[in-house]
Design a protein around this ligand. Structure first.
Ligand code: PFF
Length: 450
């Protein structure tokens, strides 16, 4: 059922850009990208990730905007509007389900960022403190009350913004938080590049060693590109539905994707030189920014201040992403079940928090509760990032490329014929052939099927 009340939405181009960049730039860029790059051999991973963003990422972002703005609804309703009497709405529902799962495990790590802000304020990362960052992290993670408490507080921040609405909550907060994030990241990068030995870190990040490439690296790069751009699920469809009719969708998709990639690379520039400068290994997995970086801060001049800045950066990045995840769920509940925004927000957040309790405790009391040899957290991450997001992206491009009338898509991208579309044939070629084939192959190979 569609909603005929006047819909809330983004009021300006910059507001829309800031909000979508807010969704895209998150823990994926600053926490996940560095450790993925570290584990997958540096430059080679960056190169494949780069290719995926350009060839698949940008067209999928644009496709989702088209579906959302044309459908003018949440990710389920937009499919119902564009393809009535078909099963395509299932893709929309799958997106809402993915958002829900990501929100659960995402707030686990988001909670850690708040704890680390607190630790930085307590000056725990200064040279005089004797316990090692690894001990601090392991002690904290093993706990029950503190990680859950921080996760809960983080969820409350997310709820407060979402309750305020699309314009007054999402748009307004993103317009302040994203420039702040950028500024902090630039300060940190300048500091680390000036450390002795920084060049080794930059070489690791930018120099591709092709012997490191294998099918896992490729699947991880695809998953990373999808996760980082927030594609393959409801987020960009939902945000797309809030974009004004006269905004240029292609320009927005392009600028958002490039910004997202730029911020990931900048995060790499802020992190790798510091690691190499202090002789630390980049292959540390998820603990990279919570264990190895604090070791760097302990040894660095004014490390306490940089630690504080870094964890504020991480928390901001996480917050503008969790609001987009919760919005997917809230838009669905409020439009389809006629729930008040406030109730839909609290209900959606509470449900995600319940699953989130399990993802958080999977580092502590539940660390031995495994399914397919993975903890709850790892299962949620793998299921959403490596399976649901690529599948979602695959269905989205197949839908627009093969089922929805191509003239309608053109009408939406050209704002009813008022903007030029030199790239349109390229876009159609990609969403029809290149993207589906690439996603499909990578996907099968990654699952070990071929
Ligand atoms: N793009 C976010 C990040 O890189 O951290 C994560 C994310 C947010 C994924 C929203 C999906 C989404 F819908």
């Amino acid at each position: 059922m569609m909603n005929h009340r006047k819909r809330d939405g983004f009021t300006s181009k910059f507001g829309a850009y800031a909000a979508v960049v807010g969704s895209a730039v998150g823990l994926g860029n600053i926490w996940r990208f560095p450790y993925m790059t570290g584990e997958n051999g540096g430059g080679a991973f960056l190169l494949i990730y780069f290719i995926f963003v350009i060839v698949i990422g940008i067209p999928v972002v644009l496709s989702e905007f088209v579906i959302g703005r044309r459908g003018r609804g949440n990710s389920y309703a937009s499919f119902v509007k564009l393809a009535p009497k078909s099963y395509w709405y299932l893709v929309g529902l799958m997106g809402i389900f993915s958002a829900f799962i990501i929100l659960a495990f995402y707030t686990t790590v988001s909670g850690w960022t708040l704890h680390y802000i607190y630790l930085s304020v307590k000056d725990i990362f200064s040279a005089t403190v004797s316990s090692s960052p690894a001990e601090i992290f392991n002690e904290f993670q093993k706990g029950t009350v503190m990680p859950l408490l921080w996760q809960f507080i983080f969820m409350i921040f997310t709820v407060l913004i979402i309750i305020s609405g699309v314009q007054k909550g999402i748009e307004k907060s993103s317009k302040i938080l994203m420039p702040a994030l950028f500024l902090i990241l630039v300060i940190l990068s300048i500091k680390t590049i000036s450390l002795p030995g920084a060049m080794d870190g930059l070489r690791f990040l930018f120099y591709p060693d092709f012997s490191k490439i294998n099918s896992n690296v490729i699947l991880d790069a695809l998953g990373q590109a999808a996760f980082s751009l927030s594609i393959g699920m409801g987020a960009l469809i939902t945000y797309g539905s809030y974009i004004k009719r006269d905004n240029n969708l292609f320009k927005t998709a392009l600028s958002v994707s490039l910004t997202d990639m730029g911020i990931a690379i900048l995060a790499g520039v802020a992190i790798f030189p510091a690691l190499f400068s202090f002789g630390l290994s980049p292959q540390q997995g998820p603990g990279l920014v919570f264990i190895v970086l604090p070791e760097v801060f302990q040894q660095m001049m004014w490390g306490e201040i940089f630690a504080l800045l870094f964890f504020i950066l991480l928390a901001i990045a996480a917050l503008t992403s969790t609001i987009s995840l919760l919005e997917v769920v809230v838009a669905y509940f409020s439009e389809e079940f006629k729930m008040k925004r406030r109730n839909a927000t609290i209900f959606g957040a509470a449900l995600a928090f319940i699953l989130g309790i399990f993802t958080t405790l999977s580092f502590g009391p539940l660390r031995n509760a495994k399914l397919f040899e993975k903890t709850v957290f790892d299962n949620c991450d793998f299921l959403s990032t490596n399976i649901l997001l690529p599948l979602g992206a695959l269905f989205i491009v197949i839908f627009l490329g093969w089922f929805y009338e191509i003239d309608q898509t053109k009408d939406e991208i050209t704002n009813q014929g008022t903007v030029r579309v030199w790239f349109f044939p390229v876009f159609v070629f990609i969403i029809r052939f290149v993207a589906p084939l690439a996603i499909f192959l990578v996907f099968l190979k990654g699952l070990g099927i071929i």
